[in-house]
Design a protein. Structure first.
Length: 82
């Protein structure tokens, strides 16, 4: 169920809000993967920062898709040298 919510938010570029442990967090979700231990994780960027963080599925609860909040992914650009 969580995967469907996250995938739809990623495709539609909607921000999400959820409880991570005891903290409420708003995230621009980028992708969902399995870590080295085989556990699912969500990678996303907190609005206002340029840092992408990893969130473990097992600690995520009370997910809300913020349909009015759309984001544009930050793509790191490296200079091209001739």
């Amino acid at each position: 169920m969580k995967s469907n919510i996250f995938i739809n938010a990623i495709v539609n570029r909607n921000s999400i809000r959820f409880l991570y442990g005891l903290n409420e967090i708003t995230v621009d979700p980028y992708f969902v993967l399995a870590n080295g231990e085989g556990k699912k994780v969500l990678y996303g960027k907190c609005p206002g920062t340029n840092e992408i963080k990893k969130y473990e599925y097992s600690k995520i609860s009370n997910i809300k898709v913020l349909a009015g909040n759309r984001f544009t992914p930050i793509l790191p650009l490296t200079p091209v040298f001739n």
